[in-house]
Ligand binder design. Structure first.
Ligand SMILES: [Zn+2]
Ligand SMILES: [Zn+2]
Length: 67
């Protein structure tokens, strides 16, 4: 499950609910890019493919729909 947040930190979408499908590229509310979020510390991530958060060293759990 992907967790994206809006790169516009003032956007209310960020505070509402993360996008979980990974299909959306842009915020449906303001049109900014959606970016990864660390599930541990809730900080936005710069590296899409990162396995660990550079801030809290937490593991980024990401799963594609490969069932
Ligand atoms: Zn937004
Ligand atoms: Zn983190």
């Amino acid at each position: 499950m992907y967790h994206f947040i809006c790169s516009n930190l003032d956007c209310s979408f960020t505070k509402k609910a993360p996008v979980e499908s990974g299909r959306e590229k842009f915020c449906p509310e303001c049109g900014y890019d959606l970016i990864w979020k660390c599930q541990a510390c809730d900080k936005p991530l710069r590296n899409e493919g990162a396995k660990f958060c550079s801030l809290c060293k937490g593991e980024i759990k990401k799963q594609r729909n490969n069932h």
